[in-house]
Design a protein around this ligand. Structure first.
Ligand SMILES: Nc1ncnc2c1ncn2[C@@H]1O[C@H](COP(=O)(O)OP(=O)(O)O)[C@@H](O)[C@H]1O
Ligand SMILES: [Mg+2]
Length: 291
């Protein structure tokens, strides 16, 4: 039986940023663990500290106070080369804006991650094919990002994140730029890979559907991890409402004035979203730059 030791341990972490004479408390004594194979969503309004938290876990930033332990090793104490190894082998990333290299095909975007991690040629070919199959994009292998829809680009990014068989995937608002149908498909894909690849996922999200279907939801509010998530509650069960409710799961019953009006940009997220622009199609095999 594997130990019950959490694969991610965030141990009383605070992170302060000094901006001029002001100190911003981005995280305040945040303390939690994530078990191996769990799918956890971190929610919270814009500026609540979600990205800062993921950065701590990935070793992209260090706590002002406290420590982070990933897979039994203290990230907050690692040197640069240990952190590089952690990010290459233990942690895969998925970003809201996909983060694909525009001149590389889907295949090459994935393969380059394996190349950086030092995989041999035959292993790269095998694993790239495998993860392309996993995300259902084998037939799009030779397409560049601009020849793919937003959902397809995010699938490539997920395949790339999985390429090195990481123990953990950290995803920062992975469905934030996708329409609701595509977001649901991407979310389902993440649920599937938790099972098939035995990976642990920690994702930040504004997406109700993600929060409702995650195994566990953690809510940050002004850098504080709340004991109970508030944003999950529905307007009819709690007033006043502070959440950016998604119109696809909740139809406003009354006039707009009775609905929450956030002072920040969160409402804009629920307006119909434009699909990311698609480029002009070029058939696979058209000339492109070598790697
Ligand atoms: N590098 C930084 N320098 C100064 N302030 C920062 C920095 N990174 C984040 N912050 C601040 O920390 C708070 C949390 O930010 P962030 O983690 O990006 O929130 P979220 O991802 O929930 O929107 C915000 O007030 C933000 O302005
Ligand atoms: Mg963020």
């Amino acid at each position: 039986m594997a130990s019950e030791e959490p694969i991610i341990r965030v141990d009383h972490v605070s992170r302060d940023f000094q901006v001029g004479s002001e100190t911003i408390h981005a995280l305040r004594d945040v303390d939690f663990g994530v078990k191996r194979g769990e799918f956890v969503a971190v929610i919270g309004r814009s500026g609540s500290g979600k990205t800062t938290l993921l950065n701590m876990i990935a070793g992209l930033d260090r706590p002002s106070v406290g420590r982070v332990v990933v897979d039994g090793r203290e990230v907050s104490a690692m040197n640069e080369s240990q952190l590089t190894q952690l990010r290459r082998r233990t942690i895969g990333f998925v970003f809201q804006s996909f983060g694909l290299l525009p001149l590389l095909s889907a295949y090459e975007n994935i393969e380059v991650a394996l190349r950086i991690a030092g995989a041999g040629a035959s292993e790269r070919t095998r694993r790239t094919g495998e993860v392309l199959d996993l995300v259902g994009l084998r037939r799009r292998a030779n397409h560049r990002p601009y020849e793919l829809s937003g959902g397809e680009q995010q699938r490539v990014a997920i395949a790339r994140a999985l390429a090195n068989k990481p123990a953990i995937i950290l995803a920062d608002e992975p469905t934030g730029e996708l329409d609701s149908t595509t977001a649901a498909q991407i979310f389902q894909l993440l649920v599937d890979v938790v099972r098939s690849e035995n990976v642990t996922i920690l994702t930040t999200t504004h997406d109700r559907m993600v929060m409702e279907r995650a195994q566990r939801v953690l809510e940050l509010s002004d850098g504080v991890l709340l004991a109970e998530p508030r944003l999950l509650e529905r307007p009819e069960t709690r007033q006043p409402v502070t959440a950016p409710w998604s119109p696809r799961s909740i139809t406003p019953a009354g006039p707009r004035e009775t609905m929450p009006v956030d002072e920040d940009e969160d409402w804009d997220r629920w307006r119909p979203q434009q699909r990311p622009q698609r480029g002009i199609y070029q058939p696979p095999g058209s000339p492109r730059e070598p790697l």
